[in-house]
Ligand binder design. Structure first.
Ligand SMILES: [Zn+2]
Length: 327
């Protein structure tokens, strides 16, 4: 089989064995296949009608819940393997031949009901590098769960409610699973919407009582609520603080930055991420053992530079406007 040709048209396009594959294109892309790695809005679009859509069933359902119709999707095609990337429910990496592995967004460890990104050996690796700088190393999830539970316990002792904040799709479902044993337990309506789709896909999450943006129905006294990430300056956060004396707890990989909690006005922040941390990114690259690495998203230049020091031929993808490789 020939070698793949990789180009940047509306994102990344791979040509391999007479077929073309648009990987998470930014808009409709004219390609034989459009690969949608997962349902986060920076990866989802309405695909070109002439293009077959490679995506998981979960991604199709989650995209639909967010207003994007992927149409008919398939998980199988000649020369293609979709691998669970562990990032959110249904997230996939794609391996084309044994030539190109594209990770999409990839997790580096087990969290609740999700695992880490599966890999395969490939000649070319296109990897995400969101946390591709050496200061982004996250503590074990078990340690964070312990720390969060003792923080909630301490706040409950003072009679204070706790708002656990993460991205509505992905992080909030992990939080709904990890901290479901607290009571009373509330779920913001935006989170409940997604928890519902997870339920349809076989991951049942504790719903508790669903609370709308008007915050009607919250009981007095301590409780736990899972809510979308919000700044302390938002109206809802202001009301949660003023009317309920609630503590805001943020969950993000960026919490590895010491100033993160302060920057968004959260009372506490914990580094739970749906992406690989720096060491996990290095581990992923070593596993795939590629001849060529392209980095995309986040610290592309820094991570590629660190990989070159380790002997990999690595380049950031963002800097390339023309054909990357022409064999
Ligand atoms: Zn994502």
């Amino acid at each position: 089989m020939g070698r793949a040709k990789i180009s940047l048209r509306n994102g990344i396009t791979v040509e391999y064995a007479a077929a073309s594959y648009a990987l998470d294109p930014k808009g409709q892309a004219k390609a034989d296949y459009t690969f949608v790695s997962h349902a986060h809005l920076d990866h989802v679009q309405t695909p070109d009608p002439g293009s077959k859509v490679l995506a998981s069933k979960e991604t199709r359902l989650l995209a639909k819940a967010r207003g994007f119709d992927l149409g008919k999707t398939t998980e199988t095609a000649d020369d293609v393997n979709l691998l669970d990337s562990g990032h959110i429910l249904g997230a996939r990496a794609i391996c084309i031949g044994d030539e190109v592995l594209y990770t999409g967004d990839a997790a580096g460890r087990d969290r609740a009901f999700l695992g880490r990104c599966r890999t395969k050996k490939a000649r070319v690796l296109i990897t995400e590098s969101t946390f591709g700088r050496s200061n982004y190393v996250f503590p074990p999830v078990s340690q964070i769960v312990k720390d969060v539970n003792s923080t909630i316990g301490m706040l409950f002792d003072k009679g204070r409610p706790v708002v656990l904040m993460g991205y509505a799709l992905g992080k909030s479902q992990i939080l709904s699973h990890l901290f479901a044993s607290w009571s009373p337990f509330y779920v913001h309506e935006k989170v409940a919407e997604i928890n519902d789709v997870y339920g349809q896909c076989g991951v049942s999450l504790r719903m508790g009582k669903v609370v709308g943006a008007d915050l009607e129905g919250l009981s007095p006294g301590p409780w736990v609520m899972v809510a979308p990430m919000m700044s302390s300056r938002s109206k809802v956060a202001q009301r949660l603080k003023k009317e309920h004396d609630a503590a805001l707890v943020a969950f993000s990989g960026w919490a590895a930055d010491p100033g993160y909690a302060y920057s968004i006005g959260a009372d506490y922040a914990f580094a739970v991420s749906d992406h690989c941390d720096y060491n996990e990114l290095l581990g992923l690259v070593k596993e795939v053992s590629p001849e060529q690495v392209y980095t995309t998203h986040g610290f592309t230049a820094e991570f590629a530079q660190d990989l070159r020091k380790l002997g990999f031929d690595a380049k950031p993808l963002s800097g390339y406007q023309a054909f990357l490789s022409d064999y």
